[in-house]
Write a protein that binds this ligand. Structure first.
Ligand code: SF4
Length: 548
């Protein structure tokens, strides 16, 4: 299993004990469905999609919906009734992270469900997948699933189940055909792909095959249905303050997948004392101050996710200062030139002034996110990261000295992974050796700055993520081999398609991408315009540029 994020895993028996809000229904006569999050309980229950799908499916009186996560022992059972997955009629996988693909074949094998959809029998459950990765590019995992739901949970789950309850007595093939009659359900058996000699998609059969994204048009967004101490957001009620993000940074999958909407959070009725308002665009929420003030007024502590340093109002930071020790900002790049390129056009001066004003409120710890390996990145861009952080450190010391406390800085670097269905889908990833070199230079520099910690994503896993994010149908074999325990080096060596093909190539404007059947041509034209616009910011090299 590829371990992602925090690997703290309570035993699942223990997990249920700590939950408030578990829904346990009797099975008799109901349609049993199971949500599978292909990672640990800790990670899966920190993901709002799991909660929302659980709540929506269980709101259907004829349905009993349970959950399933990866257990240390490798056993695969539903959490609520400890039944194997084979006992359910439908299994919904919710997928929000490409590296979790590797866990899918393992879950199916350990459940005695054929991994390849075409090999499933009448009695096997239907395997359905949804989530942000699926909406961007489901092709690497097309073989594992019978159908994909393309769209928001609120817009797809209920209509899908309505059709299913009408046709569930039919034969499996007929059920799948009926279910794929909606334009937002992708049935991979309805599409063939032809590759040219160079390995690029030459054509789709039928050529005009399209799936649409079914968007939720309502105003109320998601909330968690279960509160537990065994997640990243311990004992917090999670509320989706925003979906999508108006910034639409060209590298960001979230910003380019969902339309920006915000929840006014009227009538939030809870006896929970801590609320986590989540969403990539929270800093842009026009009523954030008002909402937090009201929540604080009734004694609720509010926690916020990673923020846009330039957009988050100081008045909001003032409101949450008592319960929040660390603020997280995505700065992304060390130089203004590269920040403009990635859609965060912040000047150094702007960052320093805002952080100074924030530290005037309280000497917070800071967590700062950066990307490395960006297209057009020069040695000076990497060198600017510790320089920028050193300057912030000076501000911290200056401000903290007066208050008798100087916070720490954690710098987290992630390799840039170009994602399908974003403006940066045409770009190559940096190669692993370059990125290793950049990471070791950063490590060395940050080792010299007091009270500053440097962490980074694994280069190898980011590279694999890059393969999955823009992979085609041939990547399914890579996933199966990695799942069976073969080393990445062996899989890389023996792959019939050179895996660098997926990550290191710059794509031509006209290249047909494996995921181009999603969303239609207008969508691709729109992304290309944004790509060209972003490129215009890095045409002239920055000062002191030399090649890294
Ligand atoms: S500001 Fe953050 S969440 Fe919004 S588009 Fe940019 S990277 Fe994505």
């Amino acid at each position: 299993m590829i371990k992602t994020k925090n690997p703290k895993k309570p035993s699942l028996k223990e997990a249920l004990f700590f939950e408030k809000g578990t829904i346990v229904k009797k099975w008799g006569g109901k349609i049993p469905v199971c949500i599978v999050f292909p990672n640990t309980y800790y990670t899966g229950m920190s993901n709002l999609a799991t909660h929302m799908l659980y709540k929506i499916l269980n709101s259907i009186p004829e349905v009993v919906c349970e959950r399933c996560f990866i257990e240390e022992s490798g056993e695969v059972y539903s959490l609520e009734s400890r039944r194997p997955l084979k006992f359910f009629e439908i299994i919904f996988f919710t997928i929000s992270y490409e590296l979790d693909y590797v866990n899918i074949p393992r879950i199916l094998l350990n459940s005695s469900i054929p991994v390849i959809s075409g090999e499933r029998k009448e009695t096997d459950p239907l395997l359905i997948a949804g989530g942000i990765c699926v909406m961007a590019n489901p092709e690497p995992i097309h073989d594992f699933f019978d159908l994909f739901l393309m769209g928001d949970i609120e817009a797809t789950a209920l209509p899908f189940m309505e059709i299913y309850s009408e046709v569930r007595e039919n034969k499996r093939d007929s059920i799948l055909e009926e279910l794929s009659s909606s334009g937002w359900v992708y049935n991979p058996r309805h599409l063939d792909v032809v590759y040219n000699k160079g390995g690029v998609v030459e054509s789709f059969i039928p050529p005009d095959y399209t799936v649409t994204i079914n968007r939720y048009k309502g105003k109320e967004l998601g909330t968690s249905s279960i509160v537990t101490s065994k997640t990243e957001f311990s004992n917090m009620l999670l509320v989706e303050g925003t979906r999508g993000c108006p910034s639409q940074c060209p590298f960001c999958l979230l910003g380019n997948t969902y339309h920006f909407v915000y929840d006014r959070m009227r009538g939030l009725n809870t006896n929970i004392t801590d609320i986590g308002i989540i969403g990539g665009g929270v800093s842009f929420h026009p009523e954030l101050y008002k909402i937090i003030k009201e929540l604080k007024g009734v004694g609720i502590n509010v926690h916020l996710p990673s923020l846009r340093v330039d957009k988050i109002p100081l008045s909001v930071i003032e409101l949450i200062k008592d319960e929040v020790k660390t603020l997280t900002f995505g700065i992304e790049a060390g130089t203004e030139r590269l920040r403009r390129f990635v859609g965060k056009p912040l000047e150094d001066k702007e960052i320093f002034e805002k952080i100074e004003a924030i530290l005037d409120i309280k000497p917070f710890n800071l967590k700062l996110y950066f990307m490395i390996g960006l297209y057009g990145e020069e040695r000076s861009d990497i060198e600017s990261i510790p320089e920028l952080v050193k300057h912030i450190k000076h501000i911290m010391i200056k401000k903290g000295a007066k208050k008798g406390f100087v916070g720490s800085i954690t710098v987290h670097a992630s390799p840039f992974v170009p994602k399908a269905s974003t403006p940066f889908q045409w770009l190559p990833m940096d190669d692993m050796e370059n990125m290793k070199d950049k990471i070791s230079r950063l490590k060395k520099e940050f080792g010299k700055i007091d009270n500053t910690y440097f962490t980074h994503e694994s280069i190898k896993f980011s590279f694999i993520q890059g393969i999955f994010a823009r992979g085609d149908r041939r990547v399914g074999t890579v996933i199966t081999k990695l799942n069976s325990g073969e080393s990445f080096q062996k899989v890389f060596r023996e792959s019939p398609v050179n895996l660098n093909f997926y990550v290191l190539r710059k794509r031509d404007k006209g290249e047909l991408f494996p995921w181009d059947f999603i969303g239609g041509k207008n969508n691709k034209d729109r992304l290309y315009k944004k790509f060209i616009n972003a490129l215009s910011y890095i045409k002239s090299p920055g000062p002191n540029a030399d090649s890294s």
